[in-house]
Design a protein around this ligand. Structure first.
Ligand SMILES: [Zn+2]
Ligand SMILES: [Zn+2]
Length: 574
């Protein structure tokens, strides 16, 4: 549960009908608030235990006869009464009382990883800090160190969590918001049939994370407002040219209101980054009368630049010299290179995965289960590798001309060495190397591990380079240029991990990789057949980096791929 500022005003309870999760959330919040207020821990524990039990109940309390509620294990008289109160009124008075006497910022601190109610009590009562912003400031001033239970490490963790929390308020992964965006767009188009309406902004530019969805429209402010307010949205900001809405889903919807004549100009302006637009305005006029975006480019004497590429203004010079790549399309990916089967932590059998790709018209599949150090993911021992290879040989005989390549996602160990001896590494057709353990490290350590792995002649592809998880975890710090240079020197391709939470290597570095002739490999890191579809998000990111299909390893056909592996091995003398 995320505790929002609205929590105080409306109380989460609302009148939406209380399901068990909402009831449990309220008990859990009550328990935490009591602890924050430094109350008897026996009493607050009762409520957290109730929350735990209610969440696991197989039946909905709201559909259970009253008398039966009291006989459910773990629900005594006092808890039972509160459950009934919530079912009947949608409220819990005790909780409301606590919320009333707790500053909003203190309640919000419960969202910060690494600080529980006890620490919040200290922060509030001893440091006299009452908001998250203030707490961040206190961390930066090392003030937390003066209090019991706060070491330097704790303080660093709190600072990091706050930074993440603040960054990620209402921010979504592109993939998380995609279907919502299109569904909303369809709804708008169906409603405003006489108006122009187009998605724009960061979503149109395919950014990996999205703060708000944006539209340009010729519909009137009055009509747009009516449409959204009838659906329960609030207009949270408004001026003559824009309205910002927010609904239950906590997604911000921004509207740029324009007349018919300036629609195209506005659409163009709002689908460029600030950097790109400033660069444009320095060089080219922007006429109001443009009747299409194509028109705008034509007037400037430039080839059309797709919205995904309208980030960095350096692209303008390249467009002028006609040096723009035809960017890669999802259909240009012809193979699955990074995939996990049920031999490690994947869901499907290798045979099912291969058959799915045969149906899609793909020519090959690269199976890269985890290596032995990834014991948590059932990583493969040398014995199981031999077994898997025999199995793949059988499948290959059966599925010909489709081919399954023998590979592994080999852990890069603490010192940068690989997880198997050379004898074993030599049995694979190719090897992806990735860091999975001890990922909290400084740049020096990260670079040592990565560079050692890149220099290992058995590394074919460097997997998810920084280990980042978008909106959840920063990657370990790396010097991208040095890594790309080393990959160029050692004939190692760099993965663009297509999982929408990774998209690692960051598209901002693709340009440099292209310059250094380093191949990118758009790989889904699929843990199931369904995961193959993530390829699309990798392609959207790769487009932003200006990648074309010739520069992408997973676009190679079977023959090209085999030749590539052979050439690389020959060059490296393995
Ligand atoms: Zn991995
Ligand atoms: Zn993987």
């Amino acid at each position: 549960m995320t505790i929002t500022l609205e929590h105080q005003k409306n109380s989460l309870l609302g009148d939406r009908g209380m399901n068990n999760n909402a009831i449990a959330d309220n008990f859990s919040l009550l328990s935490k608030l009591m602890e924050i207020h430094g109350e008897n821990s026996f009493k607050s524990k009762t409520y957290s235990i109730a929350a735990f039990n209610i969440e696991k109940l197989p039946l909905q309390l709201s559909e259970t006869p009253q008398e039966k509620i009291f006989s459910i294990k773990g629900i005594g008289d006092s808890i039972g009464k509160k459950v009934l109160e919530m079912i009947e009124t949608g409220q819990m008075k005790t909780l409301n009382d606590y919320l009333e006497k707790t500053p909003v910022g203190i309640v919000e601190m419960l969202n910060i990883k690494g600080i529980g109610p006890k620490k919040i009590n200290t922060i509030w009562k001893e440091l006299e800090v009452e908001s998250i912003g203030e707490l961040l400031y206190a961390c930066n001033e090392n003030r937390l160190l003066l209090y019991k239970g706060f070491g330097e490490k704790t303080q660093d963790n709190i600072r990091e969590s706050i930074e993440f929390y603040l960054q990620n308020q209402g921010t979504y992964l592109y993939a998380q918001i995609e279907s919502y965006a299109y569904a909303m767009h369809d709804k708008l188009s169906a409603h405003f049939t006489k108006s122009k309406i187009s998605l724009t902004g960061s979503f149109r530019r395919q950014l990996e994370t999205i703060d708000e969805l944006e539209w340009c429209t010729t519909a009137s402010s009055h009509d747009v407002k009516k449409f959204f307010i009838e659906q329960g949205f609030d207009a949270i900001e408004e001026d003559a040219e824009t309205i910002l809405f927010k609904g239950e889903e906590n997604v911000k919807l921004q509207f740029y209101l324009v007349d018919d004549a300036s629609f195209c100009k506005k659409l163009f302006q709002t689908s460029c980054s600030v950097d790109f637009l400033i660069g444009w305005e320095k060089r080219y006029p922007l006429s109001v009368e443009a009747t299409s975006e194509e028109d705008i480019f034509k007037t400037a004497g430039l080839p059309f630049i797709i919205p995904a590429l309208r980030e960095n203004d350096s692209i303008l010079a390249r467009a002028k010299e006609n040096k723009l790549n035809d960017v890669i399309q999802p259909s240009d990916v012809r193979s699955i290179i990074h995939s996990h089967s049920n031999w490690s932590d994947g869901l499907n059998t290798i045979e099912d995965m291969a058959n799915d790709l045969v149906k899609r018209g793909y020519e090959y599949l690269v199976i890269t289960d985890h290596s032995k150090s990834a014991f948590y993911a059932n990583g493969l021992t040398p014995e199981r590798i031999r077994e898997q290879h025999r199995y793949i040989d059988e499948l290959n005989a059966k599925l010909k001309p489709f081919k399954i390549f023998k590979s592994i996602e080999c852990d890069i160990l603490n010192d940068g060495s690989l997880d198997y001896s050379n004898d074993i590494l030599a049995t694979f057709d190719l090897v992806i190397t990735s860091v999975h353990s001890n990922i909290k490290m400084n740049e020096e350590k990260a670079m040592m591990r990565l560079l050692n792995a890149i220099k290992n002649p058995y590394t074919t592809i460097l997997g998810h380079m920084t280990g980042r998880l978008l909106l959840s975890r920063n990657g370990y710090p790396v010097d991208h240029k040095k890594i790309i240079d080393a990959c160029a020197e050692n004939h190692v391709a760099i993965e663009l991990n297509a999982h929408p939470r990774r998209l690692d290597i960051d598209w901002r570095w693709i340009d440099y990789a292209i310059e250094k002739n380093v191949l990118i490999s758009i790989d889904p890191d699929a843990h199931s057949i369904k995961g193959f579809n993530d390829i699309k998000y990798g392609v959207l990111a790769a487009q932003k980096g200006g990648l074309n299909k010739e520069q992408n390893l997973s676009s190679f056909n079977l023959k090209q791929f085999e030749e590539y592996l052979e050439t690389v091995k020959r060059t490296k003398g393995i």
